[in-house]
Ligand binder design. Structure first.
Ligand SMILES: [Cu+2]
Length: 159
């Protein structure tokens, strides 16, 4: 069956110039890209945890997290959305989180570029999720590496 359809295709190619493009399309559609893998940072909160959303935006000439202050509980996740003005990321100052909190926080941050430094979100609508499982109570101050000099920073409080 396949051979006869290829022959038919060949006949079409011979009959009409440009028919060869159809054959290329056919090959591309049979090779399905592996898009089934979930995006990095798409983690769900632990059972009972809440998901919080923080947008990373360029408003006028200012880069900001919206909201730039929020209070969560241990076990929650925070989803940082690249809305506009990217690339953005979320980095935590090691000396601006509760003492002894770094290990649990590192465990909740996928694809770190350096310790406590989240990966850059270059695509609009990309999301970076930080999981605060086992997080110590206290204040966690964070900033956007590309826009720190422009004042893009925020504070999370874990109750
Ligand atoms: Cu930024």
């Amino acid at each position: 069956m396949r051979v006869s359809s290829m022959l038919a295709g060949l006949a079409l190619v011979l009959a009409a110039c440009g028919g060869g493009e159809q054959k290329v399309d056919e090959q591309q559609t049979t090779a399905t890209p592996d898009q089934a893998a979930p995006a990095a940072g798409d983690a769900a909160p632990a059972a009972g945890g809440t998901a919080h959303d923080v947008n990373m935006v360029l408003e006028g000439s200012s880069y900001k997290y919206v909201p730039d202050q929020l209070t969560i509980k241990a076990g929650d996740v925070v989803r940082f959305h690249n809305v506009s003005g990217g690339p953005h990321n979320v980095s935590f100052w090691a000396d601006s989180i509760p003492s002894g909190a770094a290990d649990a926080l590192k465990a909740g941050m996928p694809d770190q570029m350096a310790p406590l430094e989240g990966s850059l979100l270059t695509e609009v609508n990309a999301i970076y999720t930080v999981n605060f499982a086992n997080a110590k109570a206290g204040a966690y101050k964070f900033y956007c590496l590309p826009h720190l000099a422009l004042g893009m920073k925020g504070k999370l409080t874990v109750q």
